[in-house]
Design a protein around this ligand. Structure first.
Ligand code: DX5
Ligand code: ZN
Length: 233
């Protein structure tokens, strides 16, 4: 995989919410590829974050695509609202939707790219019959709900399996599907995660937790990108 194929998606969950606009502009200036926007509902996950109004405000601060990660149940009613609020990609957890195929179609009908998110214990089989309706597969490296958790190592073989499924789909003439990983991604494990097949990396605390005093977020994003391509020892 080429260096330029890797995308870094800082998660706003770890940003300073009192200066959200500045934070979004700063990650764009620092070379981020996507803005990862975590939506939690205190029902599907035990935390409560941001809704479509905040997404719309973020949209006005950046030209970067907004990668909306819905940790909500049910899912469908929020899809048109986030599409209208400027989401480029909308991903959801399949077990939170009554009709997964319908939700994927709904996302595309609203002009967004669609994706499924897999918790550590959620089997990849949820994707088996809907591969043609998925633009992104997102594997959680932690249980969803909070930033700053430790990466679960069992995600690595699961990434390899997801990469195989995506490659098989492409070999049969299917559309491209990105493989994103979210939770616990740091400069010291991103190389292993990339080798397992991920091409898109969400990083919350790794980006917002360690800004360079002079270079802001540029240094940390550059280091993640560089490490993603680094040879393994
Ligand atoms: C967790 C969220 C993640 C979170 C990742 O439920 O979906 O996007 O922000 O945070 P880090 O990178 O700190 O693990
Ligand atoms: Zn997320």
């Amino acid at each position: 995989m080429n260096r330029s194929d890797f995308q870094i998606a800082p998660s706003l969950l770890s940003a300073d919410f009192s200066r959200l606009g500045e934070e979004v502009r700063a990650i764009e200036a620092a070379g981020a590829d996507l803005v990862h926007f975590d939506v939690m509902d205190n029902h599907y996950v035990p935390n409560l974050t941001m809704g479509p109004m905040v997404c719309e405000a973020v949209r006005r601060c950046t030209r970067l695509p907004i990668d909306v990660h819905l940790m909500v149940e049910p899912v469908d009613a929020l899809v048109p609202l986030f599409a209208k609020a400027g989401a480029a990609i909308i991903t959801f957890h399949p077990e939170a939707s009554r009709h997964v195929d319908r939700t994927l179609s709904l996302i595309r009908e609203h002009g967004c790219q669609s994706g499924l998110v897999f918790n550590p214990a959620t089997p990849l089989d949820w994707a088996s019959h809907v591969m043609d309706k998925v633009d992104m597969i997102l594997l959680m490296g932690v249980n969803p709900g909070f930033g700053g958790q430790q990466f679960i190592e069992a995600t690595l073989p699961k990434l390899r399996e997801a990469r195989q499924r995506i490659n098989t789909h492409a070999d049969r003439g299917g559309q491209p599907i990105r493989l994103e990983v979210d939770g616990g991604v740091k400069a010291d494990n991103i190389a292993r995660i990339a080798r397992a097949g991920a091409d898109t990396f969400v990083a919350g605390s790794a980006v917002f937790g360690s800004p360079d005093p002079d270079g802001g977020y540029r240094t940390v994003i550059a280091r993640l990108r560089e490490q993603a391509c680094a040879p393994l020892d």
